[in-house]
Ligand binder design. Structure first.
Ligand code: B12
Ligand code: SF4
Length: 494
């Protein structure tokens, strides 16, 4: 069992970070982890917080970033780290699923910061309602916050945060809402090439060790032009996509290479969306004689032979697709703008190019029948994917799905919809044959997923947004995992 405090203090020392910072920025955990629990699957770093911490550091304000997800910190461990650092400003990145863990952390803290702030998708899409959920918050930052943050840091360098005039001035920053006051205007978005690279010291490499090096996350664009009903990307960035130049991107990659990074995980909504960029990326890597392995999210329309050539040549080894459903009717309702034939073609081409495929599927979209859910499971098997993940649909703020449910006068409240739980299937070792157990262990070792973590929660409080109850949907989900991973054809690979 690791001692989180010692581990974290050592990391601060190794990276020359202050033990008495002015600002602590926290990437809260998605789950209530047990103390000493180490990460099994790979996640991505909090891109925005890394940038904001770097900007603060550059402005001479001592800042520490606590990435609770990367080291899987429990609420008690997080609180001892924050109490120990005792910052005057504490900031959280908030997605809707992490509001709950942030409330738990705040309740357990012994020392109160002078200023409590938050930013991210959740406050951006729900604005004032975020203060109802976390009344102790002093201010929230709306949308992309680089410009607002520059103003904020300027203020911090001028005035002590405990000074009354500090909060008054905070109210004048576009893109900031101070608790109890209206927002003064929307913040502008920074050109992506102007945004500083997140300093490497804010990424913890160790949990991301893989054979021969380390894996790290990187973003080459922001936003997505597609209109999927269940996705909040458009509410955060608008239905547009903005890119960094390839030069700027590869400059950052060179810095990462010097930090021992050998594998990149692109966090872009759709890294592969513009063919010209894939070509330029490949050329630039060749020009600079850079060899790196990478993986990213993708969509079917990007999968052409020409694009795959560029991708393969530039080091792509794995693509993840949001396939969502095996039913064209359900895909239509979701407004996914792709059908099952598009998916068949794309996955088969990836296989021809030796690119591993991974996919996300959703079960329990409003209106979806059990027969359609089974169609999804059958489709995942038919495709011969490398790995598949099945989620019970939730409606997140900022999505058309969320707005529809509220607008259509269903009996579900904001609270019901915001009640999120990261659910894994209930599959215990006892349920498995010897062969299945072997495969399960192998999958876990390869970080494909963590089936050993059986459903440890009481989920009866969760309200379903589907015609089926959460219990029924959980059964469908467990079924999906069993049918996908424990079929003979899959077992035979091991
Ligand atoms: C990359 C990504 C991830 C990564 C990294 C997440 C992370 N912690 O950064 C990974 C793969 C780990 C991930 C996981 C999940 N994600 Co995700 N993810 C994204 C994605 C594609 C891009 C986010 C991003 O990097 N944006 C760009 C950066 C620069 O923005 P940013 O980090 O938010 O920071 C900026 C501002 O928000 C602000 N800011 C942020 N925090 C703070 C804090 C302070 C103090 C201040 C001042 C400002 C500030 O300033 C920053 C600079 O401009 C978005 C889709 C999208 N286009 O938004 C979905 C998205 C954010 N994810 C989403 C979801 C649901 C999830 C998961 C639940 C998925 C799952 N079922 O496992 C988990 C939850 C993880 C968690 N801990 O909350 C939803 C969130 C919806 C909602 N209403 O909350 C989104 C919008 C996609 C969707 N389906 O709608 N995700
Ligand atoms: S689900 Fe993917 S393709 Fe659809 S809007 Fe969101 S990021 Fe874009």
């Amino acid at each position: 069992m690791i001692n989180a405090l010692n581990y974290f203090n050592q990391y601060l020392k190794d990276t020359n970070q202050p033990d008495n910072p002015d600002i602590v920025l926290v990437n809260p955990p998605l789950d209530i982890y047990d103390p000493g629990q180490s990460g099994k699957y790979k996640t991505l770093p909090p891109f925005g917080l890394g940038i904001l911490a770097t900007m603060a550091d550059n402005a001479g304000i001592k800042t520490v970033l606590v990435d609770c997800e990367a080291i899987r910190l429990s609420p008690d461990e997080i609180c001892s780290i924050i109490d120990n650092l005792n910052p005057s400003v504490l900031g959280f990145n908030l997605t809707s699923p992490t509001v709950k863990t942030v409330k738990i952390i705040l309740d357990k803290l012994h020392k109160s910061p002078n200023l409590l702030i938050a930013g991210g998708v959740h406050p951006t899409t729900l604005k004032d309602y975020t203060f109802n959920q976390i009344p102790r918050l002093d201010a929230i930052f709306i949308g992309e916050s680089e410009f607002a943050w520059i103003e904020y840091l300027r203020l911090m360098n001028k005035t002590d945060v405990i000074n009354r005039s500090f909060k008054d001035s905070l109210r004048t920053i576009p893109g900031v809402i101070v608790n109890g006051y209206p927002m003064q205007g929307i913040g502008n978005k920074m050109e992506l090439d102007e945004v500083p690279f997140p300093a490497r010291k804010y990424s913890i490499n160790e949990p991301f060790k893989i054979s021969g090096g380390y894996q790290a996350g990187i973003l080459s664009s922001r936003g997505c032009p597609f209109p999927c009903k269940f996705c909040a990307a458009a509410a955060f960035t608008g239905r547009t996509i903005r890119f960094r130049s390839i030069n700027n991107l590869v400059d950052e990659i060179e810095i990462m290479l010097n930090d021992g990074i050998t594998h990149l995980h692109f966090g872009d909504d759709t890294f592969t969306v513009v063919p010209k960029r894939l070509k330029e990326f490949n050329t630039e890597l060749k020009n600079r004689q850079i060899e790196i392995k990478w993986k990213s999210f993708s969509r079917t329309e990007s999968i052409t032979e020409k694009n795959l050539e560029y991708m393969k040549e530039s080091g792509c080894h794995k693509l993840t697709f949001g396939i969502e459903s095996g039913s064209d009717d359900v895909l239509g309702i979701m407004n996914k703008k792709q059908n099952s034939d598009d998916v068949r073609r794309a996955i088969s081409l990836c296989k021809d190019f030796g690119i591993e495929t991974k996919a996300f599927f959703m079960l329990g979209f409003p209106g979806e029948t059990k027969k359609q859910m089974q169609q999804t499971i059958d489709f995942s098997i038919e495709l011969g994917l490398g790995s598949a993940f099945f989620y019970i649909v939730r409606a997140f703020p900022g999505t058309e799905l969320f707005n529809d449910i509220i607008k259509n006068g269903s009996n579900l409240s904001y609270n019901d919809l915001l009640d999120y739980q990261h659910i894994w299937p209930r599959i215990t070792d006892n349920d498995l044959t010897g062969e299945q157990l072997l495969v399960k262990n192998k999958l876990e070792k390869e970080d494909i997923f963590d089936l050993s973590k059986t459903l440890k929660y009481n989920i009866t409080h969760l309200k379903s947004i589907s015609e089926y109850s959460i219990d029924e949907l959980c059964k469908e989900m467990a079924n999906a995992y069993i049918q996908f991973y424990f079929r003979q054809e899959y077992l035979d690979q091991f």
